[in-house]
Design a protein around this ligand. Structure first.
Ligand code: NAD
Length: 479
């Protein structure tokens, strides 16, 4: 019984590494049929800013399993990353990136590294929701949701359980982003408590990343928000020996996409030199996913034996360690020649078919008590002295609703600002009732009406809420 999958050869080195990967899969007897779709640079440059034709979505959704080579996202110009679009359209919320070293056959400073990075795949700054609001300031919205956190954290613990891993670590920056990263950490603690047999811990991302780069053997499974996972998984792959070694799976409730973690490396394109291992590793994750684990095991053992024999592409080649530098296609042939063999020194793998992780559906909690207790008006103002702006903005005060503070890029500049603080043309003016009691939306409309009358350029408003009586917004720095 063949499984029909969708493939896309992508851009740059994509076609070369996809051809090499498919040759290996075929030679190993993978039971696959392919529908090939066009995505990426050519589609973008033909005027389609999504980088994919609408019919291609139908094929991806019908086959449900997608093996994708890297694509080039043209810089700027309104082109949206197709990788991000695919992950979000198809609800591929979990991105799993195993990074392990192959010491002593692939040179690395970290001989006993075996880390799986589980990256949240749909939210965070990666949503790419950006707005220019003033001449000088552009914002990017960081959205973190409770269902997003619950799904990815639970996935990480279920993955650890299924793969017999001992520890799940969470990385966030919740000492600074107390609301967004704070939620991720809170949900991690809640869900970790349901898995007492698995060790859990949280690290602040900066020192966690330093520790990962320095002592990766300390970590086992690491779960983190999208952007951090993007950055750290490249680092983790690179320190195993090459970014060209790691593959990833993008898993959703109905569809899945498999790829290399690296990009299209345009400078290496068309030269038959790139390492196809990253995409091959993605393809093996795919074979496990569709129940062809025996084939995946055969290929992985042949791949390990190839690397053990010192047959290396340019990115891995080192005098003394490697025996032969080979092209992309010769590397594929070397793996094919070793099908049926096992590595001698590296541990041969034994795969069992992935048990589909049976995650409970997200259950929305009872609504919290939500009180509107203020509003931030963001003002475009080209002056420099916050006290002058305060005089203008205070004209909006009415009743108990009064200007409480002004910040610039998050730092309080009124009242009692420091003259040393550098200010841009983007000012946040916070209004709250003097006794912090709830306000009405009508009061916000009144504020805006008045602002319009005095020609104050309000570029955005942000409501300030308390949930279950607890203020749920950040204070001004220094407030
Ligand atoms: P990149 O990962 O493509 O390449 C960076 C460098 O890593 C290359 O110059 C090369 O030296 C090395 N490298 C990467 N893959 C290799 C391989 N298989 N074998 C040997 N060496 C390899 O990163 P980039 O240059 O920042 O991005 C290039 C393009 O790829 C951009 O347009 C970017 O948007 C896109 N990209 C796509 C994906 C994806 O499709 N999933 C992911 C990341 C980047």
């Amino acid at each position: 019984m063949k499984t029909r999958i969708t493939i896309a050869k992508g851009d740059g080195i994509g076609p070369e590494i996809m051809d090499a990967t498919l040759r290996i899969l075929e030679a190993a007897g993978a039971q696959l049929e392919y529908d090939e779709i066009q995505v990426g640079e050519k589609v973008y440059l033909s005027g389609n800013t999504a980088g994919i034709a609408p019919e291609a979505w139908d094929i991806i959704r019908k086959n449900k399993v997608f093996l994708k080579a890297p694509i080039t996202t043209p810089q700027g110009g309104g082109y949206k990353s197709l990788n991000v679009t695919t992950r979000k359209f198809l609800g591929l919320y979990a991105n799993i990136r195993p990074c392990f070293s192959l010491h002593p056959f692939v040179q690395t400073k970290h001989p006993i590294m075996d880390v799986v990075i589980i990256r949240e795949n749909e939210e965070d700054l990666y949503a790419g929701i950006e707005h220019q609001q003033t001449d000088e300031v552009i914002q990017c919205l960081k959205l973190i949701s409770r269902p997003g956190c619950e799904k990815i954290v639970r996935y990480a613990f279920e993955y650890a359980k299924q793969m017999n891993r001992k520890k799940v670590t969470c990385f966030t920056k919740d000492n600074i982003m107390k609301q967004t990263d704070g939620l991720f950490h809170k949900v991690f603690d809640e869900i970790a408590a349901e898995y007492p047999e698995i060790e859990n811990e949280h690290w602040i991302i900066d020192i966690g990343a330093a520790k990962l780069a320095d002592t990766p053997e300390y970590f086992d499974v690491i779960v983190m928000p999208n952007l951090y996972g993007d950055v750290l998984s490249d680092i983790a792959a690179q320190i195993t020996g090459s970014v060209g070694l790691a593959g990833s799976s993008n898993i959703g409730e109905t569809c899945a996409m498999f790829e290399a973690i690296h990009g299209s490396a345009p400078r290496r394109a068309g030269q038959n030199v790139a390492n196809p291992s990253g995409l091959l590793q993605g393809a093996l994750l795919m074979l496990n996913h569709i129940g062809q684990s025996e084939i995946a095991e055969r290929i992985q053992n042949a791949w390990l034996k190839t690397l053990e024999d010192g047959i290396h592409t340019y990115d891995l080649f080192k005098e003394g360690t490697s025996s032969k530098q080979v092209s992309t296609s010769d590397f594929a042939q070397a793996v094919i020649d070793r099908l049926g063999q096992k590595p001698q020194t590296l541990k041969p793998v034994e795969y069992k078919a992935d048990v589909q992780l049976n995650l409970p559906a997200y259950v929305r909690k009872a609504p919290m008590k939500k009180d509107l207790i203020g509003v931030d008006l963001f003002v475009h103002w080209a002056g420099t002295a916050a006290d002058d702006l305060a005089v203008q903005v205070q004209q909006l005060n009415h009743g108990d609703l009064k200007l409480k503070m002004i910040t610039n890029r998050g730092i309080k500049v009124w009242p009692d600002g420091f003259p040393e603080t550098f200010c841009t043309d983007h000012w946040r003016c916070r209004f709250q009732n003097v006794n912090n009691s709830p306000i009405t939306k009508q009061q916000i409309i009144n504020l805006l009406q008045k602002a319009e009358e005095i020609s104050l350029d309000v570029v955005k408003t942000e409501n300030l809420y308390a949930f279950d009586g607890k203020p749920a917004f950040s204070l001004g720095q220094g407030q």
